[in-house]
Write a protein that binds this ligand. Structure first.
Ligand SMILES: [Zn+2]
Length: 180
């Protein structure tokens, strides 16, 4: 552990999550590029590609690894995607019983809105491990947030991020600074 903050790249090289035709990149590809730029302010984690186990157990494995250190904050990076291409906006999933994560989720959405003009959606409070993001957010001993800066399936959203990996990394760097 060399930083107080951990960043987990969503999905894994063997199953990369949603693909954005507008970005020409998968969630995993986009967010690995972003994460690699944050190495000086965060410890970067990847989900293992372990064969013959469930996605849940791959996630639990990396969450257990993160929990061995005492981080202040853990972020999981994704982007959203939906069958209706009109769906758009930035959101973040936070722990319903942890008000600090709710505040941070709001701050994250404000910052992405200000920098990229992405419309703010409602924040998503996670209440159980059965929900999307639940295993990660409730499984982390540190305060944890899962962030969805835009819809890769929406052209306007995704194009706001085209060629702007450095700018997004800088927003996250500033966010990490403010969160501590
Ligand atoms: Zn995802």
């Amino acid at each position: 552990m060399s930083n107080n903050v951990a960043v987990l790249v969503g999905h894994r090289s063997g199953a990369q999550g949603a693909y954005s035709p507008w970005l020409g990149m998968s969630e995993f590809e986009f967010n690995s590029k972003v994460a690699e730029k944050l190495k000086d302010v965060a410890d970067i984690y990847y989900r293992p590609n372990t064969l013959f186990v469930s996605e849940m157990s791959r996630l639990r494995k990396v969450v257990n690894k993160i929990n061995k250190d005492y981080y202040n904050l853990v972020l999981e990076l994704h982007f959203n995607s939906f069958s209706d291409p009109r769906a758009h906006g930035v959101t973040a999933l936070h722990n319903i019983t942890n008000r600090y994560t709710k505040r941070l989720a709001g701050l994250y959405c404000d910052m992405v809105h200000d920098e990229f003009g992405i419309v703010k959606r409602d924040l998503i409070p996670v209440t159980s491990t059965r929900e999307n993001g639940g295993t990660f957010i409730l499984g982390c001993e540190a305060s944890a947030l899962l962030v969805e800066p835009f819809f890769g399936s929406n052209s306007q959203d995704a194009c706001a991020f085209c060629g702007r990996i450095d700018d997004y990394a800088n927003v996250l760097r500033e966010f990490i600074k403010l969160a501590q």
